[in-house]
Design a protein around this ligand. Structure first.
Ligand SMILES: Cc1cc2nc3c(=O)[nH]c(=O)nc-3n(C[C@H](O)[C@H](O)[C@H](O)COP(=O)(O)OP(=O)(O)OC[C@H]3O[C@@H](n4cnc5c(N)ncnc54)[C@H](O)[C@@H]3O)c2cc1C
Length: 407
């Protein structure tokens, strides 16, 4: 009987355990999590949970009874900090776990702001339940919130905080928000929407200092000379994969733990899943790292299959969602390198799909409040359909025709 040890109890780790049992694996399964909560859904942290619309218990994937019923040993508040590959043991402070298969599901950590006073009591990052609980305490006595970073986390937090009645300023170092992930049209749409809701967005804003007294920031200075008053600062400038432990045992890492399409690392009995990986995807014939729940879930199925000896591999079309106000953004495909962007639908009425093309064919879509049609595009991309941009740009084009063949 073999033993699977999973380091990390987030989406990828917990779902690897669930899938192993579903797939009929009857060996030992142990999850080690350095957090104090049952494995939980992370997306609500910057959305409904931040607004206190969801109770903490509702975040859990499963009840504690489920783990007992499934004979999955869950060790919370336990951090693996050393692995001995000679004896196949993973060690925490006071205890040690042996394994036949080791699964890295260590996720990612917020990129830190390398600046004096970044350790102030009213500066926060957002990754875990404990972060939100601290933010909520600070919000109670705050009015002016400065968000550093105009990516998804910053924008979702802005939308939640505006709804909570706070003054919100976003400082974005690039010339537009969401620059790394979307087109100018979509960035402008989100910029305008947030501005109408009352968020002040300053682009090309390079922070030069965090000004604090008694470890409490009271203003943020920009390289432009501007000074912005702040009762609270939240930093959302990206995440870095947690690869230190994998590195320490010689696994190949490059912006993530490198894996093949079967989620296997460079060491045969060690796999890796989720945000911590840079994984080979057969649909694109290359390796890349993603930070999304769908990716974590897809890889957990692949890792389970590899342990059991089945042949599932990573060919998932990347996709992601972000909720801000009543806007549902859904993205599918990899838009990097696109050479044209066509807007299907009405950008002014907040119902549209940005279609990205390369060499005449669709490679990705960003959809706002068009979930039904988004699903059709996502399915077509995932199935490897070659959709011509000229077809999509035709004024009579309807996404429903992709599968009915009526165009
Ligand atoms: C605020 C927020 C909002 C998000 N919203 C969305 C969204 O709307 N849509 C979407 O698709 N994705 C969203 N994401 C991304 C999504 O949550 C992640 O892609 C997903 O959680 C990745 O799962 P994971 O298991 O790989 O990593 P994680 O969920 O980060 O889990 C890794 C776990 O491993 C633990 N760990 C690390 N090292 C050790 C160790 N040595 N020993 C023990 N435990 C360890 C970590 O503490 C953590 O609990 C959001 C993320 C955040 C932070």
């Amino acid at each position: 009987m073999s033993k699977v040890l999973i380091v990390g109890g987030g989406h990828a780790g917990a779902n690897t355990a669930f899938t192993l049992r579903k797939d009929g694996f009857d060996g030992d399964i142990t999850i080690i999590s350095d957090e104090d909560y049952l494995p939980y859904h992370r997306p609500p942290l910057s959305k409904d949970f931040l607004k206190q619309n969801v109770a903490i218990e509702k975040l859990s994937f499963k009840s504690s009874d489920f783990y007992k019923e499934q004979n999955i040993s869950l060790n919370l508040n336990t951090r693996i900090d050393f692995i001995d590959l000679e004896s196949n043991h993973a060690n925490a402070k006071d205890t040690s776990f042996d394994f036949d298969y080791l699964v890295f599901a260590t996720g990612a950590s917020p990129r830190l702001l390398p600046m004096e006073n970044a350790d102030a009591k009213n500066l926060f990052y957002l990754r875990q339940i404990t972060d939100v609980l601290s933010i909520q305490k600070s919000i109670a006595s705050a009015k002016n919130i400065v968000l550093i970073g105009g990516g998804y986390i910053g924008l979702e937090v802005a939308s939640a905080m505006i709804e909570l009645g706070l003054n919100v300023i976003i400082l974005e170092a690039e010339k537009r928000i969401l620059q790394r992930v979307t087109s100018p049209d979509v960035s402008k749409f989100y910029n305008d929407f947030h501005t109408k809701k009352g968020v002040e967005i300053i682009c090309n804003a390079r922070v030069s200092s965090l000004n604090a007294e008694n470890k409490l920031i009271n203003s943020v200075s920009l390289e432009s000379g501007e000074s912005i008053s702040a009762d609270m600062v939240l930093v959302g400038i990206g995440a870095i994969p947690n690869t230190q432990l994998a590195d320490s045992i010689g696994l190949e890492c490059e912006n993530g733990i490198k894996t093949d399409q079967y989620c296997r690392t460079s060491t045969p009995n060690i796999l890796a899943v989720g945000d911590c990986t840079s994984s080979f995807n057969t649909l694109f014939n290359k390796e890349f790292r993603l930070e999304s729940v769908p990716n974590a879930l897809a890889q957990s199925k692949v890792a389970s299959s590899s342990i059991i000896g089945n042949e599932l591999f990573n060919n998932e079309m990347p996709w992601f969602w972000s909720d801000q106000y009543d806007l549902k953004l859904q993205m599918a495909g990899l838009s990097s390198g696109y050479d044209e962007c066509h807007i299907f639908g009405e950008i002014d009425s907040a119902e549209f799909i940005a279609c990205y093309g390369k060499d005449g064919y669709l490679i990705a879509v960003d959809s706002v409040n068009k979930s039904k049609q988004f699903m059709l595009f996502k399915k077509a991309l995932g199935n490897g359909f070659q959709l011509e941009m000229s077809l999509i740009k035709d004024k009579n084009f309807q996404p429903e025709s992709i599968f009915s063949g009526s165009n």
